[in-house]
Ligand binder design. Structure first.
Ligand code: NDP
Ligand code: NDP
Ligand code: MG
Length: 380
C-alpha cells in the first residue's frame, strides 16, 4: 500500500489522480490533500477518501470544514501546502497544484525524502536548478506527470541518458492552432478555453493556446533530463497521439503513443517502475485514426515559445521571471483585462526590465517572482 499526499486535489490533474486511486484501492491510500477554494469538491473528496490531513487556501474555509469533519486534521495557506507535502505517512507527493506556489512545498518534501510525482511544471521552470540539486543531494526521484515528459521517461527505460541525441516534444498547437497572428488579435477567453484534445485547467489551456505551455515544457525537460536547450526540439502534432520522442545518437527514434488521457501518465508515475491495468482508458486504434500529422514549429507565430527558449538559455533568474510574468498575464487575460497577444508582450517587457541574477537562491527566486508579477500588474 502506497500512501499518497496530493497538492491541488480539486484541479484537473488532482481529480484525475483521485480517479486513478479509486481504480486501485488496494494499492493506494490518500493520506493528505490540499485544495485552493473549492469547498464543495473538498467535502466530496473527504467523504470518499477519508484522509487524515486537509489543507485549504483560506483560514475561514478551513474553519468551516473543521466544524463539519471533527475527526480530520485541517490546516491552511502556504504553510498548509507544505504540511501536506511533507505529511509523515505519505510515501509519494503528487504535486498537482497550479503555479510557483508549489516550489517551497516541493523543496521541503524533497528534504523529507518523499518521492515526487510532478505535474506542477511552474515549480521546475521557476527554480529547476534548486529542485534538481535538492533531489540529487537527497537521492529523491522526480517522476514526471506531464504527458510529454512521461513519454520521454517511458522511452528512456533501459536506455542511457548519455546516448540521447535530442528530445522531440510534441505540441497539439492548442485552441488557436490554425489562426494567423492577425486573427489572434481579437480572440476571446471562451475561444481560448476551448482546447481541441485535452480537458485541462484554465491556466494551462491558455498556455497551450499561446504555446507558452510548450515553452515551459522545454525548460521542464531541460531540468528533468539534463538536456541542453539546443538538443530539445518541438514538433506540431495535432492529434496528440505521439506524446513525445527521443532520438538517439545512432539515429533511432523511440516514441510513446496512446490516446490523450492524463490518467495514464499520472498512474505511471504512481506505479513506476511497475505498471497496473487502467481498464477505463481508451485503447489506441491506429487503423481507425489512419493518419498522424506533423508540422515544423513556427517561432514567429508562437512568440512565447521563442521567449521560453531564450529565457531558458539565459538561465539564472530569467525563467523565474518568464514564469511569474506569464502567470500574472494569463490571470489578467482570464479576467478580461488584457488581450491574448498582450500576454506575450507583457512577458517580453518583464524579461527586458529584469536585472539578470546568475545563480539565484530561494530568496532571490522569490523576489524575482514577486517583482515580475508587480511589473506586469503595473502595465495593466
Ligand atoms: P487546475 O486549475 O485545474 O487546478 C489547480 C489546483 O490547484 C486546484 O486544486 C486549485 O484549487 C489549486 N490551487 C490553485 N491555486 C492555488 C493556490 N494559490 N494555493 C493553493 N492551491 C491552489 O490546474 P491543472 O490541474 O490543469 O494543472 C495543475 C498543474 O499541472 C499545472 O502546473 C499544470 O501546468 C500541470 N499540468 C496539467 C495538465 C492537465 O491536463 N490539466 C497536464 C500537464 C501538466 P481550487 O480549485 O480548489 O481553488
Ligand atoms: P461522477 O460524475 O460520479 O463525479 C463524482 C462526484 O463528483 C459527483 O458527485 C459529482 O457531482 C462531483 N463532481 C464532478 N465534477 C465536479 C466538479 N468539477 N466540481 C464539483 N463537483 C464535481 O464521476 P465522473 O467520473 O463522471 O467525474 C467527472 C469528472 O470529474 C471526471 O473527469 C473526474 O475525473 C472528475 N472528478 C473526480 C472526482 C473524484 O473524487 N475522483 C471528484 C470530482 C470530479 P455532480 O454530478 O452532482 O456535479
Ligand atoms: Mg504537457
Amino acid at each position: 500500500m502506497k500512501h499518497i499526499s496530493l497538492m491541488g486535489a480539486t484541479g484537473s490533474i488532482g481529480t484525475q489522480t483521485l480517479d486513478v486511486l479509486k481504480e486501485h484501492p488496494d494499492e493506494f491510500r490518500l493520506s493528505a490533500f490540499s485544495v485552493g477554494k473549492n469547498l464543495d469538491l473538498a467535502r466530496k473528496i473527504i467523504v470518499e477518501f477519508q484522509p487524515e490531513l486537509v489543507s485549504l487556501s483560506e483560514k475561514n474555509d478551513m474553519e468551516v470544514l473543521k466544524s463539519e469533519f471533527p475527526g480530520i486534521s485541517f490546516t491552511y495557506g502556504q504553510q498548509g501546502l507544505t504540511e501536506v507535502a511533507v505529511y509523515h505517512k505519505a510515501d509519494v507527493l503528487v504535486n498537482a497544484v497550479l503555479g510557483s506556489v508549489g516550489l517551497e512545498p516541493t523543496l521541503q518534501a524533497i528534504e523529507e525524502k518523499k518521492t515526487i510525482a510532478i505535474a506542477n511544471k511552474e515549480t521546475l521552470v521557476t527554480a529547476g536548478h534548486l529542485v534538481m540539486e535538492a533531489a540529487k543531494k537527497n537521492g529523491v526521484s522526480l517522476l514526471p506527470v506531464d504527458s510529454e515528459h512521461s513519454a520521454i521517461f517511458q522511452a528512456l527505460q533501459g536506455e542511457k541518458e548519455k546516448n540521447i541525441e535530442k528530445l522531440i516534444l510534441t505540441a497539439s498547437g492548442g485552441s488557436f492552432r490554425d489562426k494567423t497572428r492577425e486573427e489572434l488579435q481579437n480572440v476571446t477567453v471562451e475561444q481560448a478555453l476551448n482546447h481541441p484534445n485535452w480537458s485541462m485547467g484554465a491556466k494551462i489551456t491558455i498556455d497551450s493556446a499561446s504555446m507558452m505551455n510548450k515553452g515551459l515544457e522545454v525548460i521542464e525537460a531541460h531540468w528533468l533530463f539534463s538536456m541542453p536547450y539546443e538538443n530539445i526540439d518541438v514538433l506540431l502534432h495535432k492529434e496528440s497521439i505521439i506524446h513525445s520522442m527521443i532520438e538517439f545518437h545512432d539515429s533511432s527514434v523511440i516514441a510513446q503513443l496512446g490516446t490523450p488521457d492524463m490518467r495514464v501518465p499520472i498512474q505511471y508515475a504512481l506505479t513506476y517502475p511497475d505498471r497496473l491495468p487502467l481498464p477505463s482508458a481508451n485503447r489506441l486504434n491506429l487503423a481507425e485514426i489512419g493518419k498522424l500529422h506533423f508540422t515544423a514549429m513556427d517561432f514567429n507565430r508562437f512568440r512565447c515559445l521563442q521567449l521560453a527558449y531564450d529565457a531558458g538559455k539565459a538561465g539564472g533568474s530569467m525563467p523565474t521571471v518568464l514564469n511569474a510574468a506569464n502567470e500574472a498575464a494569463v490571470a489578467a487575460f482570464l479576467e478580461g483585462k488584457i488581450s491574448f497577444l498582450q500576454i506575450e508582450e507583457y512577458i517580453e517587457r518583464a524579461l527586458h526590465a529584469h536585472q539578470h541574477i546568475a545563480n539565484p537562491g530561494l530568496t532571490e527566486i522569490k523576489s524575482a517572482d514577486a517583482e515580475a508579477r508587480k511589473y506586469v500588474s503595473s502595465l495593466i
